[in-house]
Design a protein around this ligand. Sequence first.
Ligand code: PHE
Length: 326
Amino acid sequence: MSKEYSSLLSELREKLVSCSSQHDLANIKSHYLGRKGVISNEFIKLRTASTEERKILGGKLNALKDEAQKLIASKASELSVSVDCNEKTDISLPGSNIYLGSRHPVNLTINKIIDILRNYGFETVDGFEIEDEFHNFDALNIPASHPARDMHDTFYISDDKLLRTHTSSVQIRSMLSSSPPLRIMTPGKVYRSDSDPTHSPMFHQIEGLCIDKNINFCHLKSLLSTFITELFGRDMDIRFRPSYFPFTEPSAELDIKFNGKWLEVLGCGMVHPNVLSNVKIDSKKYSGFAFGLGIERLAMLQYGITDLRMFYENDLSFLSQFKGLK
Ligand code: PHE
């Protein structure tokens, strides 16, 4: 490299040492490497040199250009690292906005119910969404001829495996694995072959089960009446209407009056002695009650939602209306 070229390089090195910002670096870069910069100028001067000189100086000039590019690139990466460091440590910078979602109305309703029932001594129990016929039907006193066992109502996976049609199957598993007294609640997804604006093939249920000595229908009635008042935050017009479920006897449905109309909200009853004997509980010593309700239906009533499908569409303008609720 000629003397002149090597002094250009040391001058560039000095400038880079004292350069401390991206802005200054951009200026240095354009001064040396820009189209009208110092190095381009030297290339222009070469045009008038002799062929011999051009050969020698051309090589040296190219080496100078390469070196200058390397020095500038390494300074650039040094500066960007230090800029990053500054950003990380500058705690005075305003934070970036974090978008907070909202709880889903189905979860809001489940949590609310769990909170109320927990205060009555009920414990949450999880079960399986894929069940067998024994836990979903047979043990619950649902005969083989019952229409609920039909393919049109139940999603079968194989001859014996199915998607649970209710969370009552969890009650069977709990009664088989632990002995009374028992107070459990079973929130979860259930599946039925049904789909229209008021029915979905998957929906959520929560069931309650209480087994102890001397439990009678009065306990069931008083618990559910208090539960409804707590859930809606005020006294509601309710009625218990006689009904039928294979796994409870006697059975009832609880209706609530909304705008002058009775709406069915939950099923309940005293656990059938056949169910107790299926899970090896002595029905002479113990009795119990059970109740089950559909979460979506309650959420629709509570929040004034008119179409069940809104729960599953993930429409943010719908979901954001529940912001801040717990
Ligand atoms: N398992 C019933 C259903 O899915 C609800 C129910 C539970 C009714 C417990 C009575 C007692 O509709």
